[in-house]
Design a protein around this ligand. Structure first.
Ligand SMILES: Cc1cc2nc3c(=O)[nH]c(=O)nc-3n(C[C@H](O)[C@H](O)[C@H](O)COP(=O)(O)O)c2cc1C
Length: 339
């Protein structure tokens, strides 16, 4: 199950010129998850390479002053680009943050020798447009047997650790921290205003931000409670709830994705690991909910690091489970991001 491995063979016909390959890859990469769907990236193509750049103007200055979440988002786009290249039968060679003078140059990706994709790579590719961030509770059904152990291995291949909160006390503590963070964010005018900027109203023609088709109108309760962000900021926008809103659903399997250190390269690696985990989970019918609320508040992030992650740096709180209600997201067109 290695995205880099494949036997030698021929390129498929779908994209053959360098321009077609770049367009095909970027069309896939923009499907990556990003903080508040800010899509904080642009791509360059030429001289046989594709470059991935962080668009610092799209960083969330209040929630993400260091650009950590921006870099995680770009890392997810880098992983998606890698999968698309593998689907085309090219073996990507990736250099992360290759130029210290250009901190927003996230990756240079060269297209190596042709080699046909293996079945696992085709499966991941097929999930790129299907995978969506879930918001709310999950069915009571257990996850497919062995899935968490496979997902842990997937994260490790990207130099990150997926820590499953295995006992009820850990899960309860993590839920309480997410809840505290969500309360704190709602009380903080600067943070709420920033989040509102990235939540277009229903009917908006914007192609970024979290649209009302991506979350339920009434926040779904989970047991224990992992509250979702109020993207509708009190307007009641959102999809009608599919289930019985009053009855709490399962919170699913709660995890924290961590890295050993906390530098921009670790953030990009965390983003690659995140997308790898989410795509593989999605290929098994498992959805992922993301909670970055507590990681945007330094004291809560530190508490999670020390108390729940053995001192490793928490980059994302995830919950995995089966749900079945598909969210609809939006993206900027490729012409806007491929320069
Ligand atoms: C760094 C990062 C932080 C995120 N934090 C949250 C969060 O706190 N709550 C949430 O509902 N979704 C969160 N998301 C998911 C994004 O909102 C989602 O990826 C984006 O809206 C695009 O939608 P899609 O993933 O369904 O395509 C986060 C994603 C990333 C990459």
């Amino acid at each position: 199950m290695n995205v880099f491995w494949a036997p030698s063979g021929e390129l498929p016909r779908e994209a053959s010129t360098p321009e077609e390959v770049a367009r095909f890859v970027v069309e896939a990469a923009v499907n990556a998850p990003s903080v508040a769907n800010s899509q904080p990236w642009w791509f360059g193509s030429g001289d046989g390479e594709l470059s991935v750049h962080a668009d610092a103007e799209r960083r969330l200055p209040v929630a993400d002053p260091d650009g950590r979440e921006m870099m995680i988002s770009c890392g997810a786009a880098v992983f998606t680009a890698r999968v698309a290249l593998r689907y085309l039968g090219l073996v990507p060679q990736v250099r992360l943050l290759p130029d210290p003078d250009l901190p927003n140059l996230v990756a240079r990706i060269t297209k190596g020798e042709p080699a046909p994709p293996v079945e696992y790579e085709r499966q991941l590719f097929a999930e790129i447009p299907r995978r969506r961030a879930h918001r709310g509770g999950f069915d009571a059904r257990p996850l497919p047997e062995g899935l968490m152990s496979v997902l842990r291995d997937e994260a490790a291949r990207e130099h990150a650790t997926l820590r499953v909160m295995s006992d009820d006390r850990q899960v309860g503590a993590l839920a309480a921290i997410v809840e505290a963070a969500d309360f704190a964010l709602r009380l903080d005018n600067a943070r709420s205003a920033e989040q509102a900027k990235w939540a277009p109203p229903p009917g908006s023609r914007r192609r970024d931000g979290v649209p009302a088709t991506a979350y339920p109108a009434v926040a779904e309760q989970t047991e224990p409670s992992f509250p979702s962000r109020d993207f509708a900021h009190g307007h009641g926008w959102g999809l009608p709830l599919a289930g019985q809103g009053a009855v709490p659903r399962s919170a699913g399997t709660a995890c924290v994705l961590t890295t050993a250190a906390d530098d921009p390269e670790d953030w990009v690696r965390a983003g690659q690991a995140l997308q790898r985990v989410m795509l593989l989970a999605s290929s098994c019918g498992v959805s992922t909910a993301l909670h970055s609320q507590p990681l945007e508040i330094a004291t809560l992030r530190e508490f999670i690091r020390v108390q729940l992650c053995d001192g490793a740096c928490p980059q994302m709180v995830l919950r995995l489970g089966t749900a079945g209600e598909p969210a609809v997201s939006i993206r900027r067109p490729v012409d806007e991001v491929l320069l």
